[in-house]
Design a binder for this molecule. Structure first.
Ligand SMILES: [Zn+2]
Length: 144
């Protein structure tokens, strides 16, 4: 029996702007839901579960390829970055593992997009009195 469509695919494989070019699809062979990277010359299929640092150890030991989910700061969007050796591997990173038909996925954790950063209000600027402003305006207008 196949699993339900992961609800987080709407964030991982958004219908609109989708820099990672991930498409939600059922695997042709095993009919499980996979996230397909359509950005490269060869389509890569990933299991829907998100790998964190601990899962990464399992993936490395099992020799399962993975790609890093790279959030685009200030947005809820992502791109994918294939780690090169140790570079790009971080215990705080989030990863997708390559899909292997009829094998249990390493992770079934849902994807939670980063919340877009809210711009900070400038509340702690200098406090100027009416007199300060008047003195500034007088100095500003005075010919040199
Ligand atoms: Zn499959």
């Amino acid at each position: 029996m196949t699993r339900r469509k992961p609800p987080w695919f709407k964030n991982l494989c958004p219908a609109g702007v989708n820099p990672a070019r991930l498409i939600a699809r059922k695997c042709e062979t095993c009919h499980e839901w996979v996230a397909v990277d359509t950005g490269g010359p060869i389509e890569e299929k990933y299991d829907p579960g998100i790998l964190d640092g601990d899962d990464l150890v399992a993936a490395i030991i099992l020799g399962i390829r993975f790609t890093r989910i790279q959030p685009i700061s200030g947005t809820g969007l992502i791109t994918l970055r294939t780690p090169c050796g140790e570079r790009g591997i971080s215990p705080n990173g989030k990863y997708l593992a390559e899909h292997r038909c009829f094998r249990a996925p390493i992770s079934l954790k849902p994807y939670k997009p980063a919340k877009p950063a809210t711009p900070q209000q400038w509340t702690d600027g200098p406090q100027l009195s009416e007199e300060d402003i008047n003195r500034f305006e007088i100095a500003w207008r005075r010919p040199l």
